[in-house]
Design a protein around this ligand. Structure first.
Ligand SMILES: Nc1ncnc2c1ncn2[C@@H]1O[C@H](COP(=O)(O)OP(=O)(O)OP(=O)(O)O)[C@@H](O)[C@H]1O
Length: 255
């Protein structure tokens, strides 16, 4: 099996208290009042090593703020690591923060084409796919409406419909099943089952541990930006739950 994703010693720092660095007036005032604090930096990903091979379905679990979504963004190339190396082969369809990549002013149809072109498909190919994507998302009526006119749930449906229609080499899913109404969840599940049957490589973040257990070959438990366990799904869930039950310090580290 080919190695599709490889992360070597990947770390990522982010600034907190961004308002201090961006709002000059506030900064000056707080300085005069003697309240100025240096913007602090937080280590969000801490020396992550990870390899994923073709067709693997990998679950990522961990507490709120442990770095799961950030890890997906680094793999998808949305965020650059502060240090370390990320190598990815193949087309990735990131399904992170559903709909975040849309242009609100453009129509739903134009966004579908744009998204596909960004993933490396031709305009013509995407034009041919528009109808089936609109159908799956149940958004035919909105084909020529600007994306900003969609509700957030509709935007999420559109994002899911596009990312799964194009059948990418690598699919990145962040809490997908928590969006949409019941009937859409059902449809999502069916489509995911289909993708699961293919050789698509899938990375999935979810708090639904049962879902991870049923659908992933292996899992990673992230805690405070570090991989605490990588291996069988059952073991990863067991370690995570044991830590939670023992009320160990499962949280995020501030520097
Ligand atoms: N834009 C940002 N700027 C600075 N810090 C951020 C930003 N986005 C996220 N963070 C911080 O990064 C850390 C990890 O966030 P991330 O969203 O990756 O966690 P998560 O494990 O996906 O959490 P959840 O389960 O709540 O979705 C958190 O402490 C969060 O506050």
């Amino acid at each position: 099996m080919t190695e599709l994703i490889r992360l070597d010693q990947v770390s990522l720092w982010r600034r907190t208290q961004e308002e201090f660095s961006y709002d000059l007036k506030k900064t000056v005032l707080s300085f005069l009042e003697g309240k100025y604090r240096q913007p602090s930096r937080k280590l969000i990903l801490d020396q992550i090593n990870l390899t994923v091979k073709t067709g693997e379905k990998v679950g990522i679990i961990g507490a709120n703020g442990s770095g799961k979504s950030t890890l997906l963004k680094v793999i998808a190339g949305i965020l650059q690591p502060s240090s370390g190396q990320v190598r990815v082969k193949g087309e990735i369809a990131p399904l992170i923060e559903l709909g975040a990549g849309f242009d609100g002013e453009l129509s739903v149809t134009d966004n579908i084409i744009l998204y596909g072109v960004m993933l490396g498909f031709s305009r013509q190919e995407m034009k041919e796919r528009v109808a089936s994507i609109l159908d799956f998302a149940d958004l035919e009526e909105y084909a020529f409406a600007p994306v900003k006119a969609l509700s957030s749930g509709m935007g999420a449906r559109l994002g899911f419909a596009i990312a799964t229609d194009v059948e990418p080499d690598i699919l990145i899913l962040d809490e997908v099943l928590s969006v949409g109404d019941e009937s859409f969840k059902n449809k999502c599940q069916k489509r995911m089952d289909k993708l699961w049957g293919h050789n698509t490589t899938i990375l999935v973040v979810s708090h639904g541990l049962e879902y991870i257990r049923q659908s992933c070959d292996r899992a990673i438990w992230l805690n405070r930006g570090k991989i605490r366990f990588a291996g069988s799904t059952d073991e990863a869930i067991h370690h995570y739950l044991t830590a939670v039950q023992q009320d160990l310090d499962v949280g995020l580290h501030t520097h």
